[in-house]
Design a protein around this ligand. Structure first.
Ligand code: CA
Length: 223
């Protein structure tokens, strides 16, 4: 899961970013609407967390521009503007949720989870394929019922491969969804992480399609 955070207050920006990273999300954080717009247009995010009072264009302008550019990434507004009028305005502008500052971080995380379920009424949180089990809520991975310890990045990589089971993912797609915006496509970081992941899983579940990318094959069960 990759999140774009647009918040101009540096301390809060760092606090939210660190909290999300600790909970396994990949986060690109910026402090202006124009930078956020640029990233949203060039990278793929599962969610945008958006402040309203920003220097230059406001969060509502950002939201309006995103929709004008047909970028449909779900948005959660976080704002100190706490009147019902503001909340209604934000939701009507297309935000999926509006969280008033200051907020409880646990509640914020729960709302992030809700919005990133992508309108899937079944809201799958457990995936099984070929003896591999992935639990997105407890962030537990098991192979033949043996637990495997993964780093946050390895988990994000495995989550992407499992949820896109039977589809070849290119390096570009992987970097867009699992690494931050400044990722160097010329590096071998993805290969290194895949090799670590394969070692830890102790099974050849992740395949390489030479010159194309990587995939997991099998019958995927969702729960
Ligand atoms: Ca602000």
């Amino acid at each position: 899961m990759k999140i774009l955070l647009i918040e101009d207050e540096q301390r809060l920006n760092t606090f939210i970013k660190n909290g999300l990273v600790q909970n396994g999300y990949v986060v690109d954080a910026c402090t202006t609407g124009s930078e956020g717009m640029e990233w949203a247009a060039t990278s793929q995010y599962d969610l945008i967390v958006l402040d309203i009072m920003l220097p230059g264009q406001s969060g509502l302008d950002v939201l309006y521009n995103l929709r004008q550019f047909n970028i449909k990434t779900p948005v959660i507004i976080i704002s100190a503007l706490n009147s019902s009028e503001h909340v209604i305005k934000g939701l009507d502008a297309g935000a999926m949720d509006y969280i008033k500052k200051p907020f409880d971080f646990g509640e914020f995380l729960a709302r992030v989870r809700t919005v990133t379920r992508k309108g899937d009424p079944r809201s799958f949180t457990k995936y099984k394929v070929k003896g591999l089990e992935l639990d997105l809520l407890s962030r537990k991975v098991t192979i033949e019922e043996q637990e495997v310890e993964l780093t946050k990045r390895e988990f994000a990589l495995l989550e992407l491969l499992v949820t896109n089971c039977n589809r070849v993912l290119t390096k570009a797609e992987i970097s867009e969804k699992v690494w931050e915006v400044n990722f160097d496509m010329g590096s071998n970081v993805i290969e290194v992480h895949l090799s670590q992941l394969r070692k830890k899983l102790r099974t050849d579940i992740i395949h390489t399609k030479v010159g194309l990318g990587y995939y997991i094959e099998g019958e995927l069960q969702k729960q």
